[in-house]
Design a protein. Structure first.
Length: 364
């Protein structure tokens, strides 16, 4: 297909693919999204919130494999369907303990419970239960301070970060586009009033503003969406206002006014589609900012509440181990945050180049 026959979308996509770093960032984001959607289907610990605790196994190194003895089963636990399991996990129908050795004598299973690396427990008799009595589990990224599987909690943490980022960006886009378009199109006192509000919000540190909103709304997962969204709309509003000011005097807008089209129609159908590129660039950058804000909130205790796995709360729980021999407990979620934010920034830069908005004062 010749260049002259390519649609604008195809041209933008071709330019975007030429930026290898941006394309790699997009692939990384897609991989994270797939892992977040799959959720419990790919986590080693498929219980709700991946909160199965074995305190004897706290802070174990990555790659360790342990044997577990099933000491009881609960047949009343209902097995959920695959879709419900993907979203909420499957409650375990058994209780188990880590062991170092076991042997079967008649209808009795003799086992030594794991109590430490250099200690050996006495052999205790346990009744045989139906089904498999002993199984093994490998903790590929080790265990946290409560003996929970780190890999499972890191995967579930993807859901928290991406969902907060998505909802916060949608809220910021709705508020920012609405106020920015109104300010830029009408001008005068309307523009002055909205610009004053934008400058006030702009002057406040984002994290402090989010904390203040969180205090007003209370702690919780859904409150984070609103708090982060209400603190990131100014970037969108400033951009939209400037773009609308530049476009409202062009010929096709004047022609729309002459034809008697309503103001909402002119803004929504004629102006906003022409500034979609810069808006997408700012939205990608705001996605990265939202993830950082959510992680900061969770670290400070205002974000996702335990036992919900969040990268920020995982760092908070284990930052004291940085100076010990278990620094990976805090480094792993920190690396996850860094790579995700970096990928969204690369995506924003790639979109900026693809839409050719470098000369339109759009920064990321």
């Amino acid at each position: 297909m010749s260049k002259s026959n390519q649609s604008p979308t195809q041209k933008i996509w071709k330019k975007f693919k030429k930026n290898k770093l941006a394309f790699g960032g997009m692939l990384f984001i897609l991989l994270m999204m797939l892992m977040g959607v799959a959720g419990y289907l790919i986590t080693p610990d498929q219980t709700p919130m991946a909160s199965t605790m074995h305190l004897q196994l706290s802070n174990k190194k990555p790659g360790r494999t342990f044997s577990f003895l099933v000491i009881s089963r609960n047949d009343k636990v209902k097995e959920v369907g695959i879709f419900e399991k993907m979203l909420y996990g499957q409650e375990a129908n058994f209780k188990s303990i880590p062991i170092t050795a076991h042997r079967i004598v008649g209808n009795t299973l003799l086992a030594r419970e794991y109590i430490g690396e250099d200690e050996q427990a006495e052999e205790v008799a346990y009744p045989l239960v139906s089904g498999k009595n002993v199984y093994q589990q490998t903790f590929w990224l080790g265990t946290d301070m409560y003996g929970r599987d780190m890999l499972s909690r890191l995967i579930l943490g993807i859901r928290v970060s991406l969902s907060v980022g998505l909802m916060a960006v949608l809220i910021s886009l709705f508020i920012g586009i609405s106020l920015g378009a109104v300010a830029g199109y009408y001008g005068g006192k309307v523009d002055a009033g909205i610009s004053w509000l934008m400058n006030v919000i702009w002057s406040l540190p984002s994290l402090l503003l989010v904390i203040a909103i969180s205090f007003a709304l209370g702690k919780g997962f859904w409150q984070i969406f609103i708090a982060v969204g209400l603190s990131t709309w100014v970037d969108v509003a400033r951009l939209v206002r400037g773009q609308v000011l530049a476009l409202k005097e062009v010929e096709f807008v004047e022609a729309s006014k002459a034809l008697g089209f309503s103001t909402p129609r002119i803004i929504i159908k004629h102006i906003l589609p022409n500034i979609a590129g810069p808006i997408l660039v700012v939205a990608s950058a705001n996605f990265a900012s939202a993830i950082l804000l959510e992680s900061g909130l969770s670290f400070l205790g205002f974000g996702a509440q335990p036992p919900m796995p969040s990268w920020g709360s995982m760092i908070k729980e284990h930052y004291g181990y940085i100076i010990m021999d278990a620094a990976y407990l805090a480094v792993l979620p920190g690396v996850a945050i860094m790579l995700t934010v970096y990928a969204f920034n690369l995506l924003a830069i790639g979109l900026r180049d693809a839409f050719d908005v470098k000369s339109q004062n759009v920064t990321v």
